[in-house]
Design a protein around this ligand. Structure first.
Ligand code: AVW
Length: 273
């Protein structure tokens, strides 16, 4: 995939927007003092002149400590397997009850950008590749520059979450709604704090991007990988709830895909009036 050639300007601009509280997100006094030039410099510091597939886990730590992801108690929302149409992000943006990583300071800065380190120099002298970045795969490029960023930011998001938390999962994800290799499974769920997280609410949503709802692979709250996840979380001593087709998310899905069989008066679970 191509890279974001003007990434330095974009990061700087977004940093200024966030720190000046122009975005309608919860805005901490702490953020006001962020020095955006220094923050952007630290963003690149750990990845310049680095192999884009051998990024150290801690490459972004200095940056993430300058602009840590923070969420209001009881609002942290994780998601997994539902990236195609931005539904959790869009719901969270108009619903103060939910906050996703993309709304936090580091998530907002890096959202929808593409970047990577380069060892061979591409003429810019910046130690970054401004042409093309290797695609993440567990075999060929496990410690991808970009994946390392989202992994570390996700870990910090989970670690600081307090009160009720939420996770949006795709009931029709191939291989199961709860994917063992996902960031949610490997990084976020294991880093939730039993002492301060009061409930994990699983929101299981249908995949509206499928041409025909594929009921054959549709998981429910009582079977498959979702049941496994509930047991996994309960064994970690969390309170867990699970809801299929939750109205908190479905309203936006149905607004976007109005003709879906999951929407309208005859949809399953909706009373016919
Ligand atoms: P996935 P995961 N912007 O659908 O549980 C761009 O299996 O693995 O879900 N790419 C991103 C972003 C982002 N904001 N976030 C993650 N990615 C990458 C962060 C990442 O490499 C949120 F808090 C991931 O493997 C969610 O709770 C892939 O996109 C959780 O992590 C999505 O795979 C979603 O990661």
């Amino acid at each position: 995939p191509g890279t974001t050639s003007n990434i330095t300007d974009i990061l700087t601009g977004r940093c200024e927007e966030y720190r000046k509280c122009l975005l309608g997100e919860p805005c901490l006094p702490f953020y006001r003092n962020v020095k955006c030039r220094a923050a952007v410099e630290s963003f690149f510091k750990g990845i310049r002149n680095m192999d884009p597939c051998a990024t150290p886990d801690n490459a972004y730590d200095e940056f993430l400590n300058m602009v840590p992801p923070t969420t209001v108690r009881g609002t942290t929302m994780f998601w997994s397997g539902v990236m195609g149409n931005n539904i959790p992000q869009d719901v969270a943006q108009v619903t103060p009850e939910f906050s996703v990583l993309e709304e936090t300071f580091p998530g907002y800065m890096a959202g929808n950008l593409s970047w990577c380190g380069a060892t061979d120099g591409d003429g810019t002298g910046l130690g970054l590749n401004f042409t093309v970045c290797p695609t993440w795969t567990s075999e060929t490029c496990p410690n991808n520059t970009k994946a390392a960023f989202w992994a570390r930011a996700s870990k910090m998001l989970a670690t600081q979450a307090v009160g009720d938390v939420y996770v949006v999962l795709n009931a029709q994800r191939a291989g199961g709604a709860f994917n063992n290799g996902s960031i949610f499974a490997t990084i976020e769920a294991p880093n939730l704090n039993q002492d301060v997280v009061t409930n994990v609410a699983i929101y299981l949503i249908p995949d509206f991007t499928l041409p025909i709802p594929n009921e054959m692979y549709r998981e429910t709250c009582t079977n498959g990988s979702v049941l496994y996840l509930q047991n996994f979380l309960m064994n970690m001593n969390f309170n867990v709830t699970c809801e299929e087709n939750p109205k908190e998310i479905m309203w936006l899905q149905c607004a976007r895909f109005a003709n879906s069989p999951y929407c309208g008066p005859y949809a399953k679970g909706t009373p016919v009036v």
